[in-house]
Design a protein around this ligand. Sequence first.
Ligand code: SF4
Length: 342
Amino acid sequence: MNIKKLEDWYLTHHRDLPFRQTKDPYQIWVSEIMLQQTQVETVLPFFKTFIKKYPTIYDLAQSFEDDLKKDVEGLGYYQRFKNMRLTAQKVVKEHHGQIPNHYQELIQLPGIGPYTAGAILSIAYDQPISAVDGNVIRVLSRYYNLNDDFSQVANKKRLNDINQSLIEKARPSIYTQALMELGALVCRPKKPQCGVCPLQDQCEAFKLGIQESLPTKKVKPIKKKLHYFTFLLFDNKGELYVRQRTEKLLEGMYEYPQFLGQTLAEVLEKNANYGITILQKEGMYHHEFTHLSWKMSVYSGTVQNPNSSWHLVTPKELLQLPMAVAHRKIAIKKGASAPLTL
Ligand code: SF4
């Protein structure tokens, strides 16, 4: 690969992004965490206000979790910011406030994996350590015509080894950013701009005209559909039963009592010990998770022997509870008073 040509292209064409104009490891780390699963355009305003509010790692280490949550509301995947705060505290306590410049130390920190460690070390510390993200996978798989499935660990490692041998001949900070920028601006998933690409003359995919077929897409797993019967169970004061989830999916969130089953009659029969009386059907709701799809048939009713893990709340209190989005969208309208004939 003509690395110099790639680097020169970057120096002339890169976007004017705030985290591309600094070598501050703290800012590079913040930007890399924010950019996970998130578009640059979405990250930009958040990044600017975040750095203004938390200009140093000491400021972030002293932040309150709820404030931080509010500051990044809208970016999604909140766990990464929880980890970010923990990492800031660890770096202040164990590394004198300096983001480590050793791979093994970096990957010990919450939320920092091989990619983020490689990005920090190469971009901020100019060390020849490979960082392979989706953009890099796309550029290299096309350039070398590699049709492996890079969601497989062994294949990704092979690509990382290729990238490692390239970065060792390059100016690490410029090289890493150049590959990422080329993937974002030129070697795009659809309609790559090969005509202006600095790698075109040796690109295998371009020669064969197969650019858009690489990288090979992994076959998406079929979403598993689960049919739940969800009950809005009221007591005689109009309060509602909810339960706090203990399952890994949505752990800690509240939901209305719900049961998996094929038909309402089957669910009521299996759970006869609760003494549930159905008053009316409230409607059908769907919720899509990454690997799951919930179909919820919602009924309102009353219950004689509620489960000990259910709590009674008023509709007003319900609004204050962290609730699974799947259940939050269920509209509550309690009207019927006579049992529904099944
Ligand atoms: S020539 Fe086209 S396919 Fe090859 S690296 Fe450049 S933009 Fe990507």
